[in-house]
Design a protein around this ligand. Structure first.
Ligand SMILES: CC(C)(COP(=O)(O)OP(=O)(O)OC[C@H]1O[C@@H](n2cnc3c(N)ncnc32)[C@H](O)[C@@H]1OP(=O)(O)O)[C@@H](O)C(=O)NCCC(=O)NCCS
Length: 147
């Protein structure tokens, strides 16, 4: 499986085309315009014909916020999301000061929560009744140190 890291530049329209061909339009238009603004990173798993997984993050001075992580249903439970997160970690380890990875998840999304637990993330905050269905949002964090 190939992994590619995409930031702003000529790779963005190519990645956008590929993502919409594979998964349909939502929510890639937003991802494309965010990438072109800078401070975002898209990590794709797959080849030029088929995207198997994607991780989209907003980079900031503390580290990054994970906006979106998704793997194709037919490719799940094969450590693909774990490998996408590992690529993000390697990217952040090249920065010469500690970085924090943050994300927010619906309390009922148990598969995602197990993924984040197994990746060494910890719940640092709970936003009570954050979602429309009255569920809490859990804020996870992991600290990454320069290698
Ligand atoms: C959550 C998601 C990204 C996991 O992707 P994945 O490629 O299957 O994850 P991995 O194979 O790397 O799983 C790593 C670990 O996470 C846990 N896990 C992942 N999916 C799980 C599931 N359905 N049930 C229980 N545990 C699960 C397991 O501990 C797993 O390790 P194991 O398979 O050795 O037991 C995927 O299910 C997905 O795209 N879901 C829809 C989008 C989503 O909810 N994204 C997160 C919120 S934005």
């Amino acid at each position: 499986m190939e992994f590619s890291l995409i930031q702003r530049g000529e790779d963005v329209p190519k990645a956008f085309r590929l993502l919409t061909e594979t998964w349909g339009h939502w929510p890639w238009r937003e991802v494309e315009s965010s990438l072109q603004q800078g401070s975002y990173l898209l990590i794709l798993a797959g080849d030029a014909k088929n995207i198997a997984g994607a991780l989209f993050v907003n980079l900031h001075h503390q580290g990054c916020d994970i906006i979106y992580i998704f793997t194709q249903p037919s490719k799940r439970r094969a450590k693909l999301a774990t490998t996408l997160l590992a690529h993000l970690e390697v990217y952040l380890k090249h920065i010469k000061r500690p970085q924090k990875i943050f994300l927010e998840v619906h309390e009922a999304n148990l598969s995602a929560r197990k993924l984040y637990d197994s990746f060494g993330m910890h719940v640092i905050n709970v936003r009570k009744k954050y979602y429309d269905d009255g569920a809490d949002a859990l804020i996870y964090m992991k600290e990454v140190f320069p290698s």
